[in-house]
Unconditional design. Structure first.
Length: 459
């Protein structure tokens, strides 16, 4: 399987190259040349364990990784999860809650980043060379990335976070990792400052090449690919349980990474009748699916911070399919967006962008009320991101197909919101153990040159 750019300006490359490249040189995102149709495999796949299924799905795309190696990569990646099913579903009220938070940092990003970390290690071992990952985080991504590559030979990871502006728990999840290849930088500035430092550093192509800098951001194809697996796995479980012939998914989203994986699973032939897209007050994506206009607005901080995103980095991949895989048309739309801060597509005969999607927004009040109601009525505590998805799903009920709500984080990660909603905290042993953990972190000024100097000294 080869990979092309959404913007049409790149000769096709193989899977391993696609993973190491991240972003296409023409500024586009990488996608497989074609999507395999798996309809005739569904019956067999429904019998597989999570890791067996991951192997069957991923091998269709990772055609330059030998089967035996891929199997080991997958087994290693999910052995770090503390649930035998990796991604179990539990029935809560009208919904199947798909728990994606049994990995080392208790958020769904582990599903992709445990795999990506191992894949990077594998590719470097094959090819020689090293990789120095530089990233900026406001919370979940940084810790999942750190836990994905900790202790791996040939890889260093440098993660910047805004000093004092990440939740204390999230900060500890990063700074308590003491492996020699992990560097936490507390930047005297905001998350935007951290991101600017990262962009400027990557923009210095000579520096980037000399120091083998790489990134783990959510546009890496391996992340999307690893996430498609739990759509298949949970759909099989829900169809077995209910006898239904199709399923619906509700996905709390920010960067459109998680829900894109569901969209691709549907395009491959998994019977998904609806994708319910749920945002918080940062609602660029839900506005798009309801109006056809994708327009930037100011970001507001919410109690579901991992979805506080103005520009969804994976949206371009959806748009590429939406315009019939026409790279020229896509480039035109992306140019509109950079020039005017908005792009628009025509609505279909039903007055929506795409019949597969419905979209809605859950604000802070709705999120807190949903957390409280699920605890009172079902004894189940939702994290604030998951609660947004559940609340939006309640507004689109269905009698025909079960609805699977993606639970993207363990509630114990967002203590304050849970206390505000229910009056009491929830605990998780992994997080409780951090209380007395030793930490390592270097403070640094908000200055690109100082960060570059730090990299050079520590690589
Ligand atoms: C990252 C994240 C999301 C949003 O995922 P996207 O792929 O950006 O849509 C939702 N919930 C949690 C807990 C996250 O960490």
């Amino acid at each position: 399987m080869n990979y092309i750019s959404t913007r049409g300006g790149m000769a096709p490359i193989g899977f391993q190259d696609a993973i190491m490249t991240g972003l296409a040189p023409d500024g586009g995102l990488l996608l497989p040349e074609s999507l395999p149709n798996i309809e005739d495999k569904l019956g067999e796949w429904a019998k597989l364990s999570y890791t067996e299924l991951a192997f069957e799905v991923i091998r269709l795309f990772a055609t330059d990784v030998p089967d035996g190696d891929l199997k080991k990569l997958i087994d290693d990646s999910y052995a770090t999860f503390n649930h035998p099913e990796v991604a179990p579903s539990v029935e809560v009220g009208d919904f199947q809650i798909l728990e994606l938070f049994h990995g080392p940092t208790l958020a769904f990003k582990d599903v992709a980043l445990q795999f990506l970390g191992n894949l990077f290690g594998y590719i470097l071992e094959q090819r020689g060379g090293r990789l120095n990952i530089l990233g900026a985080t406001s919370g979940d991504t940084g810790s999942a990335a750190i836990h994905g590559v900790r202790g791996k030979p040939n890889i260093n990871i440098f993660i910047m976070h805004p000093e004092g502006r990440t939740s204390p728990l999230q900060e500890k999840q990063m700074t308590s990792v003491l492996d020699a290849n992990v560097f936490n930088l507390a930047v005297d500035g905001s998350f935007d400052d951290c991101q600017n430092i990262m962009k400027t550093t990557f923009g210095d192509v000579a520096f980037k090449t000399e120091h083998a800098l790489g990134s783990v951001n959510s546009v890496n194809w391996a992340r999307v690919l690893a996430q498609t697996v739990y759509y298949f796995y949970s759909a099989f479980r829900a169809m077995e349980k209910t006898g239904a012939a199709s399923v619906r998914f509700s996905v709390p989203t920010g960067n459109f990474g998680d829900i894109l994986a569901g969209y691709l699973a549907q395009r491959m032939g998994l019977p998904i009748s609806k994708l319910i897209l749920a945002t918080n007050e940062n609602d660029i994506l839900s506005r798009f699916f309801n109006s056809g206009v994708y327009g930037k607005a100011a970001a507001v901080p919410t109690i579901s911070p991992s979805m506080d995103i103005q520009v969804a980095s994976n949206f371009e991949r959806y748009l590429y399919y939406k315009v019939g895989r026409d790279a020229d048309q896509l480039v035109g739309l992306m140019n509109d967006f950079s020039a005017k801060g908005a792009l628009s597509v025509e609505l279909n005969e039903n007055g929506v962008v795409d019949d597969l999607f419905v979209a809605g927004k859950g604000d802070t009040a709705a999120t807190l009320a949903t957390i409280k109601r699920y605890k009172d009525e079902h004894g189940y505590v939702l994290d604030p991101h998951t609660a947004v998805g559940v609340w939006v799903a309640e507004n689109f009920p269905s009698a025909d197909a079960p609805t699977i709500c993606l639970a993207t984080a363990h509630p114990a990660k967002f203590t304050q919101a849970i206390i505000d909603a229910t009056g009491e905290a929830v605990h998780h042993p992994t997080l409780d153990a951090l209380a007395d953990a030793e930490t390592r972190c270097d403070a640094i000024a908000n200055d690109v040159e100082l960060v570059k100097q730090y990299l050079v000294e520590h690589i």
